[in-house]
Design a protein around this ligand. Structure first.
Ligand code: ADP
Ligand code: MG
Length: 275
């Protein structure tokens, strides 16, 4: 739980993988909490209509709650939608409510439909900076698809963090994800880079998990973090208490490994131009 170096400008991450259940939300909230606990000012944007990140962070997201939907579709300022996490004073969340499920369709006819999140985030980050409360990190939690919500997240971010579950089909679908990210980079957001890959739900007792990890490392030696998140019951229990494992059980192996991953991300710093 050491203090980590803080970035000079805000690092905006999209946490994406079109597969469900690979640890996107768990990674988003626990890295965010670990960085907040280590002294950073952190914003989580919940961009999944399921609202799992909002639940895990213990913030309100009933149907009528002001949410990311209002920023995306109604042009409401993000400042009016942000809630402080009950766990950490420097951790904030823009929640997702169920109406976000319709946004994927509502965005289709809108002007600059791929840039709507970016416009909203950029304005809010600039205002936060101007008021002396600049964010160090933003994490956008994506739904398990490559639709317009995820595209909005890619356009709003500088870095992509891909969580990979250490199981047999881990690498399947990854090339499609990378191809999509390349298209975004070419046409919509030249400064996007896949900076970070995190191995999740690692079961050290199986040879398969070891092989998948080796495989991912050999394909992505520069992006894959040394820290690995073990499969751990405490990690999966925490959300039902509206908590991250960082505050639920800070000395559990899952929490410690998220602290390690967070420190590694902070130590490496933002990727330089040209990745
Ligand atoms: P995604 O957001 O990619 O759909 P989640 O983060 O929601 O994936 O994780 C899927 C499920 O696996 C959840 O029930 C979560 O609690 C559980 N889970 C995630 N990471 C771990 C872990 N390291 N150990 C045990 N369970 C985990
Ligand atoms: Mg999720």
């Amino acid at each position: 739980k050491r203090v980590v170096p803080l970035p000079e400008t805000t690092r905006v991450f999209t946490v994406a993988n079109q597969k469900g259940g690979v640890g996107k939300t768990t990674t988003t909230v626990n890295l965010a909490a670990a960085l907040a606990r280590s002294g950073a000012r952190v914003l989580v944007i919940d961009l999944d209509p399921q609202g799992n990140a909002s639940t895990a962070l213990g913030v309100e997201h009933r149907a009528e709650t002001p949410s990311v939907y209002d920023a995306l579709i109604r042009d409401e300022p993000m400042a009016d939608l942000v809630q402080k996490s009950p766990e950490f004073d420097t951790l904030f969340c823009v929640p997702a409510t169920i109406d976000l499920a319709g946004a994927e369709i509502e965005l289709v006819p809108m002007v600059a439909r791929e840039q709507r999140l970016r416009t909203s985030v950029d304005t809010y980050l600039q205002d936060s900076f101007d008021s002396g409360a600049a964010y160090h990190y933003v994490f956008i939690d994506c739904p398990p698809s490559l639709g317009l919500l995820t595209i909005n997240a890619f356009v709003a971010a500088h870095e992509v963090l891909i969580p990979i579950q250490c199981e047999y089909y881990a690498l399947e679908g990854l090339s499609q994800l990378l191809k999509n990210i390349q298209l975004i980079e070419r046409h919509l957001n030249p400064s996007l880079a896949v900076s970070t890959i995190l191995l999740t739900m690692y079961d050290g007792r199986t040879r398969l998990a070891f092989q998948v990890a080796e495989d991912v490392r050999s394909h992505f030696p520069d992006q894959t973090l040394t820290a690995v998140i073990p499969r751990s019951v405490r990690v999966s229990e925490a959300p039902s208490y509206g908590q991250t494992v960082i505050s639920f059980d800070p000395n559990s192996p899952g929490a410690l490994s998220y602290f390690e991953a967070a420190a590694e991300i902070a130590d490496r710093g933002a990727p330089t131009d040209g990745n």
